[in-house]
Design a protein around this ligand. Structure first.
Ligand code: SAH
Length: 218
């Protein structure tokens, strides 16, 4: 039988190799992704596949994103340690956990109460005390904590939601997928400056849609 300690180390090396080969080259992002085990964020049948570079199903019919997409979005945000970050679409909590290693403060919102509760208990178990998880419709942002240095949306809207653009600090960056949910979506980065908004398109992606209101479970 193989030594489980060795195979864990090998799996981690393969995980990091997959990230690098897909373009995640920022060392701070790679260290954060090395430090956060994806396993606890995936429950049940699929937990064995936690270290493969693929999206996987989670509760409430949602998906945890592919690690390389998490890495590329995080890298595109250019987070610095003083930043206050807003994430829309907590899902499993994995992306928020990566952000928490890089930023000062992370607020994450999901429309499914159950996902928020499950993510909160993982953050507590992992001693990640700089994350606040909230059940709400994230399209409206979080005005009481605005403005944010960085905003990441992990569900696709047809256009960047106005309240999120408004809650981005001058000098801030927002990364989000845009496009119709059943068509090709584009990952875009928005930079806000005194002169206005500048957009660049990063790659094509596929995310679940950004929906209105709260999920059925609350
Ligand atoms: N970032 C997550 C994956 C997100 S999947 C992770 O790391 O696992 C997309 C999530 O967006 C789903 O959990 C879905 O419930 C949530 N979502 C969709 N529309 C939303 C909205 N308007 N406000 C908040 N969350 C929303």
């Amino acid at each position: 039988m193989s030594d489980p300690a060795t195979s864990d180390a090998e799996r981690k090396m393969q995980f990091l190799y997959a990230l690098r080969s897909k373009g995640v080259t920022d060392n701070r992002v790679l260290s954060a992704m090395e430090a956060v085990d994806r396993g606890p964020f995936i429950k049940g049948l699929f937990s064995e596949r936690a270290y493969e570079d693929m999206p996987l199903p989670i509760a409430c019919g949602q998906t945890i994103s592919q690690p390389s997409v998490v890495g590329l979005m995080t890298q595109a945000l250019e987070i610095s340690p003083r930043d206050k970050v807003l994430e829309i679409g907590t899902g499993s909590g994995y992306q928020a956990a990566i952000l928490s290693k890089l930023a000062r403060r992370v607020y994450t919102i999901d429309r499914h109460r159950r996902l928020v509760q499950e993510a909160r208990s993982i953050f507590d178990a992992l001693d990640m005390h700089n994350i606040t998880a909230i059940t709400a419709d994230g399209s409206f942002g979080l005005s009481e904590q605005a403005p944010f240095d960085r905003i990441i949306v992990t569900a696709a809207a047809e256009d960047p939601p106005g309240p999120l653009l408004a809650q981005l600090k001058e000098g801030g960056i927002m990364v989000l997928p845009v496009g119709q949910s059943d068509a090709v979506q584009h990952l875009i980065r928005v930079r806000k400056s005194a002169d206005g908004l500048e957009y660049d398109e990063l790659r094509s992606v596929r995310f679940v849609p950004l929906l209105e209101g709260l999920g059925k479970d609350g």
